[in-house]
Design a protein around this ligand. Sequence first.
Ligand SMILES: [Zn+2]
Length: 368
Amino acid sequence: MIHNPPNPCAGTAVRATLVPAQNVLREAMTNAPKTSFADHYALSELPYFEVRDGSLVLADPDSVGPIIDMHTHLALAYGRPMPIDLWRRCPCELYLPLERKLDLDVYANLNYLESDLKGLKRDLTLGSLTSGGMRASHTAANLIHHMKELGIHASVLLPIDMPALSWNAEAYLGVASRSNVLLSYGSVHPHARHVEDKLDEQKKKGAKGIKFHPTAQVVKPDGARSMELYQLCAERDLPVLFHCGPVGIEPPLGRYLSQLKHYWMPIAKTPECTFILGHSGALQMEHALELAKTYPNVYLELASQSYSNIVRILAEAPQDRILFGTDWPFYHQSMGLAKVLLATEGQPELRKRVLYENAGQLLGLEFE
Ligand SMILES: [Zn+2]
């Protein structure tokens, strides 16, 4: 007889953990750090950062140790092969400008002004058919420049491809093959033709895993073709990094597709596949946390989560399965880094695991 595996997103399991979590939160709140800033440069009020020659930099990288960013993107192109020179160094226009007021204790996208969101949406839709826009500055050269300023040793690029007329994985893997600080995931749409051949080809070109984005790819995480894809990824030892959870600014269909209830079946029914929940479930963090506590094949990636939620995740999730990520170029990497540094203050072992060791193990990287 086949038993259905537990689905923490459906039942009452979430409630049972609220009591200890509140204690953790209350404790953290009593010495709550400053989390709102006039702009990104004001992060230099924290002991970790300073402004040097007009740039926000990590003040003392040695005291922090190596850092791996598990969640970055370059420009994405659709309709034709990458028309943007990904090695161009130029002034970088992030979707959240450095001049914006910064609140570290809300979901990251609440820092956008209406006008920022408009620009972002235009850039990612119509813009992705062109070679212009802010996207033209979302290059590997600009990312590497920011990484140097912030003491980030390696970043993982996450391409997103459609079933046809899209070559982002190819472009990103090409970039990573020419860099010793960038690694790349691949992307194969579950409804693409020749899924197995594509996975093999991307793995051969160095893909460290596969990015899956239900909203952007317009596909259900627990659909039949998606389930087949995870099986094929497991057979090839390719972890799957999900965009996981609704973020509040996507269209209704995307919001439906990214509900956490669609993630537990892949995780439960493909135990031999490693799943990384990008954004730790976004606005449904509780459910993602439960999945990580219930299933050993689940990692949580912290990009965009609020400071308080990160404190909570660090206190409750398995500490060897938490990953640092920033979602550059949506945000400057300092935003995510500031939150993790604050949340791991006084816990050097945990900080090392989250910023570097867990990702290093997953990617097969060794520094030192
Ligand atoms: Zn992302």
